[in-house]
Write a protein that binds this ligand. Structure first.
Ligand code: NAP
Length: 329
């Protein structure tokens, strides 16, 4: 079988996690890396044993030796490079948050339709057997009707020069880590919220250092999220239903540290469930590989990605106005 040829568009830190997944995939291979700096690209290719290196992103997009690009740029550059990649005929796996505005989302969607390229927002936890187990427990009625989802993703961001502190680069805790519980809540609820209410603590530079959010769904269902760059590391998610709860100590990443989830039944009894070992980043890589090979859309749809964005933008409007707002208000 001819393997799908992947190129890394940047030398970002996150590449370290995604490279093994590309390499271990049955369907793809890692063939190239591009950097804005020629020396950096060459040194990176040597260090990670990548056959081709390109001294600019444009040069990699012009190459006929690359089929898919993995975009791991700072958030404000995602839309531009996704569009340029598709216009050069490349499929795209792009890091979260996919884009920062509805205008960008519309443009990316238009170019996708025009070019027929496959594109996917990189939400690795979606494909982990743990997430699949959670969704199965809910659809099997093990906790009754879902009423509330609560999620936390926070960590201390100590590096003062990090792009996540820069408002021009799509910085802020909600864009960076709040998007995880936000997307998980959407997955569980099967739809975006109808209304949100967000409150934040801003830095002097104008990004949210901490963001707390409340999401209201149809049938009175609700979700809450907490994200922060200034509090001690914590991730967790819990889902409460009419007949029990599910507690997920590692919902988004670092699952290897704790591969167990807990179902609490209506009487309060805990049932711990072990989750099989799984390379976290393989699922997103293979979803895109299979979408290309089978000429279908990826499992995580563009509509879901658009709804992540609509919810995020509504949160920022809500925090600005200090009141609940409807989506797209
Ligand atoms: N899914 C996950 O688990 C996960 C985890 C962490 C981050 N992320 C996402 O991945 C993306 C990258 O995050 P990261 O922390 O890995 O990034 P990073 O280490 O800061 O790297 C970003 C790369 O972008 C390139 N770049 C181009 N223009 C730049 C500019 N003006 N300033 C800085 N870098 C620029 C640089 O590569 P060259 O110098 O080689 O051109 C740089 O190495 C973000 O969207 C983030 O949200 C996802």
């Amino acid at each position: 079988m001819t393997k799908i040829r992947w190129g890394l568009l940047s030398t970002a830190h996150i590449n370290q996690k995604v490279m093994p997944a590309i390499r271990n995939s049955h369907y793809g291979e890692l063939v190239a890396v591009a950097s804005r700096d020629e020396q950096k690209a060459r040194a990176y290719a040597k260090e990670y044993r990548i056959p081709l290196s390109f001294s600019s992103y444009e040069a990699m997009l012009a190459s006929d030796q690359v089929d898919v690009v993995y975009i791991s740029l700072p958030n404000h550059l995602h839309a531009e490079w996704m569009i340029r990649a598709m216009q050069a005929g490349k499929h795209v796996l792009c890091e979260k948050p996919f884009v920062l505005t509805i205008k960008e989302m519309d443009e990316v969607t238009r170019v996708k339709q025009e070019t027929g390229c496959k594109i996917l927002e990189a939400f690795m936890y979606r494909y982990h057997p743990q997430t699949q187990q959670v969704i199965e427990l809910i659809s099997d009625g093990m906790i009754g009707d879902v009423e509330i989802v609560e999620g936390v993703f926070q960590f201390p961001l100590k590096d003062a020069g990090n792009v996540r502190w820069n408002p021009q680069f799509g910085g802020g805790a909600l864009w960076d880590v709040g998007i995880y519980p936000l997307s998980y809540a959407q997955l569980v609820m099967g739809e975006p919220p109808i209304q949100v209410f967000g409150q934040r603590k801003l830095t002097a530079s104008g990004v949210d250092e901490t963001f707390l959010g409340q999401m209201m769904y149809t049938r009175g269902r609700q979700a809450q999220l907490r994200s922060s760059f200034s509090l001690p590391y914590e991730t967790r998610l819990s889902i409460s239903g009419s007949a029990g709860r599910i507690i997920i100590p590692r919902p988004f990443h670092n699952m290897e540290d704790h591969r167990k989830i807990c179902r609490v039944d209506a009487s309060g009894k805990e049932h711990w469930i072990s989750i099989p070992r799984f390379d976290l980043y393989t699922g997103e890589v293979d979803d895109l590989n299979r979408a290309i090979l089978d000429n279908r859309d990826p499992i995580l749809s563009l509509e879901e990605t658009r709804n992540h964005l609509r919810t995020l933008l509504a949160f920022y409007v809500s925090a600005e106005k200090n009141r609940p707002v409807a989506l797209d208000e």
